[in-house]
Design a protein around this ligand. Structure first.
Ligand code: AMP
Length: 437
């Protein structure tokens, strides 16, 4: 099956072919006809499956072959709204819209917080067909009457589970109230919690249901290893691995923003180019770090889970979990940054005794053990005693959200308990990233 037999125009197929895609991915095979049919869609797909093109291509097709019922003269009404949880994902989705729509006379724009609102207002005023937005900034713009959502024909909620995790449900409801009742709704989510099901029930009308293999069943292409290490020797081990294995481009994950900053500093001091990327950094700093990393000028990008959401780097060969996440799903999202679209990748986790419980939770979640490999010279102290993770920076607030308005801080610390003490099963799942900034 090719893109042209899916009912996409020559202009779209040409743009896709130029990207080097020859075959639609499984999500694209199912989502493209479903979206073209005009009905609602509930899709279970994680990032890395090709889901962005799965909704972008048929939307471009629909918009380029129909006229907005609200079009008057030269006025260009807004026709499609894509909501995303993070600025990075918003920017990436809008870039995809531009790339795939390069031979079409459609205009797109992206709006998110953390950057000036005036240029966004000016862009919206000039007329846009497809708007990609984070919820907070979109509401700010709507409040200032800089955007009219009453002409929307297609709504996409991308990574809806993450939006709910980040506390955006109230903002989403406010946005929904500004949309016309008759529209096509597409909801993409990696997981289906009760909250997502409730949102889907409210939002979708007889949706087509699509579910492609979850990342945690497709992660076979990613070579995963755990390197046991003492908690005080992780930075040394990372530098050792960088040297020994000649890694040139590594995405490194920490649990906290503070931890990301500290590690980036240590690496820099030791002559390894590194920058931290997280919700406390300005949008400019985040964009710069990401583009330097993509361009190969930066050896290590040190990221927190939320900041890394949606980062898509072609052929990123290596991910390092400097600290394990306390939510097993985040492990899958993290290692999914490598081995994308079928490419091979590798993910190593530096695990100290405090994190043994997290590791057990992760292995249970991905339904397989991760091979352990002790690195010579870094054998962990057999007499070490586990310490609660909370005592070492977990209580930090994780701020992250676009938009310039107030909100409760996010990142509830999980209850103090000795990780690695008595099995991982009883660990409370910390609510991920309540919204804040
Ligand atoms: P996504 O899940 O939308 O984040 O996409 C994951 C990656 O797959 C991106 O780097 C896309 O550029 C790439 N991709 C999307 N569709 C295809 C395709 N049909 N063939 C190969 N790569 C693709």
């Amino acid at each position: 099956m090719s893109f042209s037999t899916l009912g996409l125009s020559e202009a779209i197929v040409r743009a896709v072919t130029e990207q080097g895609y020859t075959q639609p991915t499984p999500i694209q095979l199912q989502a493209i006809p479903a979206v073209l049919s005009g009905g609602d869609l509930l899709a279970g797909a994680q990032t890395g499956t090709g889901k962005t093109a799965g909704f972008t291509l048929p939307i471009l097709q629909r918009l380029s072959t129909t006229r907005s019922p609200h079009a008057r003269g030269t006025h260009r009404p807004l026709r499609t709204l894509v909501l995303t949880p993070t600025r990075e994902l918003a920017a990436q989705v809008e870039e995809s819209v531009r790339v795939y729509g390069k031979y079409l006379p459609l205009r797109s724009a992206v709006v998110f917080g953390g950057v000036g609102i005036q240029p966004q207002i000016a862009t919206l005023r000039s007329g846009v067909d497809i708007l990609v937005a984070t919820p907070g900034r979109l509401l700010d713009l709507a409040q200032q009457r800089a955007v009219d959502l009453s002409t929307i024909e297609i709504l996409v909620l991308d990574e809806a589970d993450r939006m709910l995790d980040m506390g955006f449900i109230h903002d989403i409801k406010k946005v929904l109230a500004l949309l016309p009742p008759k529209r096509q709704n597409l909801l993409f989510s990696a997981t289906f919690s009760d909250d997502i099901k409730a949102l889907a029930d409210r939002l979708l009308n007889g949706p087509a249901l699509i579910e492609v293999a979850r990342r945690n069943s497709t992660v076979e292409v990613i070579d995963q290893k755990v390197h046991p290490v003492d908690r005080t020797r992780k930075a040394q081990m990372l530098m050792h691995l960088l040297r020994e294995r000649g890694w040139s481009q590594v995405l490194v994950f920490t649990r906290t923003k503070h931890g990301a900053n500290r590690l980036a500093e240590v690496l820099e001091k030791n002559g390894i180019t590194a920058l931290a990327i997280h919700g406390n950094k300005s949008q400019g700093a985040r964009t710069r770090a990401l583009s330097e990393f993509k361009a190969g000028q930066l050896r290590c990008l040190v990221a927190t889970d939320i900041a890394a959401r949606g980062i898509d780097i072609e052929e990123l060969p290596q991910v390092v979990n400097y600290e394990l996440p306390n939510v097993p799903e985040d492990y899958v999202h993290r290692i999914g940054r490598t081995g994308r679209a079928g490419a091979a990748g590798a993910a190593v986790s530096l695990v100290c005794i405090d994190e043994e419980g997290f590791l057990r939770d992760i292995e249970r979640f991905i339904k397989r053990p991760i091979p352990r490999e002790v690195i010579a010279g870094f054998e962990p102290d057999p007499n070490a005693v586990a310490e609660p993770i909370l005592q070492r920076g977990q209580q930090q607030r994780q701020g992250h959200r676009g938009g310039g308005r107030g909100g409760p801080p996010q990142g509830h610390a999980r209850p103090a308990q000795a990780a690695g003490g008595g099995g991982g099963g009883g660990r409370a799942r910390a609510p991920q990233g309540r919204r804040g900034r």
